[in-house]
Design a protein around this ligand. Sequence first.
Ligand SMILES: O=C(O)CCC(=O)C(=O)O
Ligand SMILES: [Fe+2]
Length: 184
Amino acid sequence: MNRYGIIMSELGFCAELLDPFIFQHVDVIARKLLPAFCETLDSYRAFTVLYDAEKDGDRELAMHYDNAEVTLNVNIGGTWEGGQVAFYGLATREETEALEVSLKRGHGVLHAGLELHKAQPITQGRRHNLIMWCRSSGIRNDLCPMCFQEPRVLPTNKFYHEGFAVPGGVSADATREMSEDLYD
Ligand SMILES: O=C(O)CCC(=O)C(=O)O
Ligand SMILES: [Fe+2]
């Protein structure tokens, strides 16, 4: 469970910092390294995780896959022991033996969102990471990364579209009207 993380958009870190970082840099690297999992990255959800072995902190994160086409997980501080990120292969396949990544301070790992993974318990110190769930509507519009079904994409409110994009042809005004009908 992530009880102490913060959502980067709520702190205003997106427009000047994360938008250019993800859309101009991570996008190029992700499409080169993980072409089977992403096309152009066109939205993201970024948040932090904070583990603390000494206080009443979170110590670990249970096995899951991400609501992302690709995830960039970067350490942004702390000194710690334990806390490896363990990977078990794609959620759509049989579970493999754990591949454990011990991130060093300031280092990161880029992986497919579909990779099953968990954070092993931290045994000493604190670990603070920035998690960027990067989305590619070109992929998720055809296959929802959570339920593996083809989604029916409807306009939603303008703040929270979870990475899907309404297919072309719908004007901004029409989208706004539809979302007002649906959610007001
Ligand atoms: O603790 C970590 O480094 C991994 C966090 C994670 O997998 C997530 O928040 O989706
Ligand atoms: Fe994750």
